[in-house]
Design a protein around this ligand. Structure first.
Ligand code: ARG
Length: 467
């Protein structure tokens, strides 16, 4: 949609004895950004008009004229031909004015029993609902892409880290499934937020309701809302649903930023665990050898703006007296940018995950470098009857010797091992293989390939059910 903005036409009222200055006009106008709400504004107006005629508040002819006018307006907007006027302040007045130009008095009757206050609250809810539906679809795509990647690496061993130090062997699939869980909770949060977004403010009018015999449930049903907002003051004033949306979005970006950080680290030649397809990377204007993981870095960076939008909305709402205040006009830009950022980021991530190639050898040799099997040796001793704290101490001594000799635990001979504990027998070497270590963690949530296969199937099932 290409929007044109012009300055002309009169403002709203005979109540004023002097026009506002150009600066004030620009300062108070929102049409520069809220024109994006047009499809939702039209949808809301049509549902309102349909109810007005069903209730006998406007005639069937008026309703037919409104439908005709709105259809034309929508196609003018779609074709980039609609002229947005700064003097008409916002999306609502621009559309209403054009409607009246096109269909005459029916256009002037549309606003019966309605105010811009309940109108804009409705538009915003429709907008957020549609953004949530897009985001839910994209979260599902991302989870499915991660599952596909995981499926190829159920047996690929990598070091699991704590404190960025090699901790225990895990599988790469297990690592990917951690993000699948995070994005799954993000989807739950968005779906839950949707329930509170999906309530109809229309009918609240300016703040107190209206004297016309309206049917709010009818409008709610037409617009696919689950319920109406039950207090008119609350309906026009609170934006908690938008704040909730931004909070859920901030958590999505938080998860994206964690994953981004890992992708950046893993792609560094110093670590070299993965490569990312060229189409998601860029070069350097000076260093010919560079291939930078820009998408991951940018996503990590964009987390800042989404967090900022959440704080902006919280601060916007804080301390606002009932009911509507113009402050609320400031809800839109942070909200739009949040949805745009999340939607672009998820779309690109779902794609980029398919462009990750895993360097299993590098992961394996890194796992062999950090005594990742030490806990398994301790567990081995416990299974032979040693109390865990004593086993921990015995293995610590063994690791110390290996560090001095720059070798792995499994490089020690049986004799050498037995110096740390007489309980150690020849079967210890099996317990110290990387495959043995991961396969042994065979319970729900564990890293054993058997469990990973079950976990992948479980999440695929959830995705299919739309959860
Ligand atoms: N542009 C306004 C907004 O975004 C619409 C509501 C204006 N209502 C009013 N009484 N000035 O909030």
């Amino acid at each position: 949609m290409t929007a044109q903005f012009s300055k002309k036409s009169e403002a709203w009222s005979a109540r004023f004895s002097e026009p506002v200055s150009d600066l004030v006009k620009r300062y108070t106008a929102s049409v520069f950004f809220d024109h994006r709400l047009a499809p939702f504004d039209i949808q809301g107006s049509l549902a309102h008009a349909e109810m007005l005629q069903a209730q006998g508040i406007i005639s069937a002819q008026d309703y037919a004229d409104i439908v005709r006018g709105m259809t034309q307006i929508q196609s003018e907007i779609d074709g980039g031909k609609f002229e947005w006027l700064l003097d008409l302040e916002d999306v609502h007045l621009n559309i209403e004015k054009r409607l009246t130009e096109l269909v005459g008095d029916a256009g002037k009757r549309l606003h019966t029993g309605r105010s811009r206050n309940d109108q804009v609250a409705t538009d915003i809810r429709l907008y957020v609902r549609s953004a949530i539906d897009d985001i839910l679809g994209l979260l599902k795509d991302l989870r499915l892409a991660l599952l596909d990647l995981a499926e190829q690496h159920v047996d690929t061993i990598m070091p699991g880290f704590t404190h960025m130090q090699v901790a225990q062997p895990i599988t790469f699939a297990h690592h990917m499934l951690a993000y699948v869980e995070m994005f799954g909770r993000d989807a739950e949060r968005m779906a839950d937020t949707r329930k509170r977004v999906n309530r109809l403010p229309l009918g609240a009018a300016a703040l107190a309701g209206t004297t016309f015999p309206i049917d709010r449930l009818r409008v709610a049903k037409t617009l696919g809302f689950d319920d109406v907002c039950h207090n008119s003051l609350d309906a026009v004033s609170d934006r908690d649903f938008a704040i909730e949306f931004c909070a859920a979005a901030a958590l999505i970006m938080t998860h994206v930023s964690r994953m981004s950080e890992e992708l950046v680290l893993w792609m560094s030649p110093r670590i070299g665990f993965i490569d990312i397809a060229d189409r998601f990377c860029t070069g350097s204007s000076i260093m010919p050898q560079k291939k930078n993981p820009d998408v991951a870095e940018l996503a990590r960076g964009k987390t800042g703006r989404v967090n900022g939008h959440l704080v902006a909305l919280l601060t916007l709402m804080k301390g606002q007296p009932l009911a509507y205040n113009k402050d609320n006009q400031e809800d839109k830009e942070p909200l739009f940018d949040t949805a745009d950022t999340i939607i672009d980021t998820l779309r690109i991530f779902a794609d980029m995950v398919g462009g990750i190639s895993v360097k299993a050898d590098a992961m394996r040799s890194a796992t062999l470098q950090g005594y990742a099997t030490a806990t398994d040796l301790a567990d081995y001793l416990v299974k032979k009857g040693l109390p865990f704290r004593d086993a921990h101490e015995a293995v610590a001594h063994a690791v110390r010797v290996c560090v001095d000799r720059n070798c792995d635990l499994s490089d020690l001979t049986l004799d050498e091992m037995q110096q740390f504990s007489s309980l150690i027998e020849a079967d210890v070497f099996q317990a110290l293989t990387l495959e043995g270590c991961v396969a042994a963690r065979d319970h729900v949530g564990g890293t054993a390939p058997r469990q990973i296969r079950l976990a992948i199937a479980r999440v695929r099932g959830l995705c299919e059910e739309g959860r």
